[in-house]
Design a protein around this ligand. Sequence first.
Ligand code: NI
Ligand code: MN
Length: 234
Amino acid sequence: MRELLKGTQVTWLGHSAVLVQTHSGTTLLIDPFITGNPKYPADFKLPAKVDYILLTHGHGDHLGDAVALAAKYDATVVAIYELAAFLAAKGVAKTIGMNLGGTVRLADVAATMTDARHSAGTSDEKGTHYTGVPAGFVMTVENGPVLYHAGDTAVFGDMKLIRELYAPDVAMLPIGGHYTMGPREAALAVQFLQPKLVLPIHYGTFPPLTGRPDELQSLVKDFEVAVIEPGDSL
Ligand code: NI
Ligand code: MN
């Protein structure tokens, strides 16, 4: 694991929230669902600095505490163009709006926005707003691993393109079912992506999210599925 990650630390914070700290000290927080996340580790302390907050889409369980955390840490929020503009209008000072297929450099990380099959839209007191389409991220760490966070998605054949283009070492895949793919579909995603390690996410948070890592592992015996608790690192 240490070998694979080359000093980069990947910490699961429950649901789709993941903290990435590169060996050179860049800190990225993906889908920071903290308030209201029943699986967020209560005693977990975020690091003293968070450089970037990456959002896969605007649903509440992914947008989470992004606005407050961006202010607290003076962090830059990276999201699809319309969601970034929505958050800028909400007072987020530093945003990077991008789109599917594009890559932005975040210190020693090249972050590529990938396809995802899901819905998007962000709700506030005025209703639901169009905030672009759902996405995933490939994070290529300089002299480090290639990490793929799939966001919320069904399995789709173009995951083969993600493999061909970026060859992720670690694939963070939703497996809960109901709102995303479950273990059966995620098993095919693993075949498409051929990662060295799978980190199951988006399961067990709420009653409908019934998929479990052991079901996925039993379907992909040739691949390593990491089973860790929220707050633990790979
Ligand atoms: Ni969603
Ligand atoms: Mn979700």
